[in-house]
Design a protein around this ligand. Sequence first.
Ligand code: NAD
Length: 435
Amino acid sequence: MANSNVKPATGKLGIMVVGLGAVSTTFMTGVFMTRKGLAKPVGSMTQYDKIRVGRGTEKKYLHYKDIVSMPTLDDIVFAAWDVYPANAYESAINAEVLKEKDIEPVKDELLAIKPLKAAFDKNYAKRLDGENVKQCANRWDMTEQIREDIRNFKKESGVDRVVVLWAASTEIYVAPDMKYHGTVAALEQAMKDDVVDKIAPSMCYAYAALMEDAPFVMGAPNTTVDIPAMWELAEKTKMPIAGKDFKTGQTLVKSGFAPIIGTRMLGLNGWFSTNILGNRDGLVLDEPANFRTKEVSKLSTLESILVADKQPDLYSDYYHKVRINYYPPRNDNKEGWDNIDIFGWMGYPMQIKIDFLCRDSILAAPLCLDLALLIDLARRAGRYGTQRFLSFFLKSPMHDYTQDEIPVNHLFQQYVMLKNAIREMGGYEADEELD
Ligand SMILES: NC(=O)c1ccc[n+]([C@@H]2O[C@H](COP(=O)([O-])OP(=O)(O)OC[C@H]3O[C@@H](n4cnc5c(N)ncnc54)[C@H](O)[C@@H]3O)[C@@H](O)[C@H]2O)c1
């Protein structure tokens, strides 16, 4: 490690996951199986990717752990909250993502992860009906109880550091409202006044995490940390935050494919994305108010890659539509179709069709690992506030919309940002070369 200014990853890292459903149990099972040498963490940047450092004859390609100090998978200790009382083993079996042969060898580890009571409000996810829920006098009390959970977990597990990762259901859409979300003081007052339609339970988790010295990652499309109050709190507590919405299937394809159109100066008339999905996530998203949150997140991708102002002839008038259809027979095996209407020389139309037969949780699990390890790295490097270098993993990257900041959605530009952040933290020079 060159001149890294990152604090070493000593001791254990606690990963507290909100939601113990398909994504989180697939993530945990994969970590435990990898530890035993029974599986490979395929798709994880922190476990596989190599970054070039130096140039010319000096250049080397190094794993992240050889550039900056990183915890190993053996250093991770899990905890979780969920609305349902099923432990991680039962939940992994119920999710039907992984075969039993890939769960049984780590049954004991999974049985030991029993969900803490959820900070939950049924109005935010009507399709859920679990009993493992905290009784809260108001939103402030909800926050206090989550803070206590984090403190207890730290004490009982002896972990050195904690990160909190939201991999729970998508809540109904909460539009940022500066009266309640504009400052930390306003947010705290709204929690004390129990303004339940403006303070989502997820905001209570995020607030509690930051106050307890834990970075927070939003893996769903919830607007939780997309508000000035959370940015201010992250600055004040010197904690990193990242969000939102794991970039897994269709949006990964979109943010990787749109640059082909944009780089070759082809035009776009329309992009229609639809998919069928049958897991509990799909069930929750079948509720229009919950789908709205996802739609806002998914729609934001194209506009910053194929920009009308930059190329009015090519991108001023395209139609972009995203649908999600709940279809139980497919369970977690989502099928995502994209129909792309492009045009070329003299305006002649052409079509591209993409049919991605994916597995939602298989794509999301490595992102959970990378986001948790990298936000912990950011904290050890003394970085706080919005972590733009993590945009690579996220469908709708956080940005300061009050200053008209445009988020970077282009997958390969995001990759450059990721590599440069790791280089800088490792004491190497940043650069823009693609390799
Ligand atoms: N899998 C993907 O490709 C992908 C991509 C992007 C985002 N996501 C998001 O990740 C999240 C998890 O997806 P999943 O497939 O695991 O869903 P899931 O329904 O299997 O699991 C979510 C769990 O969260 C629990 N939950 C809901 N509200 C809670 C609360 N307030 N506190 C604690 N627990 C709560 C639910 O009871 C459920 O068990 C969803 O929001 C989904 O939209 C998934």
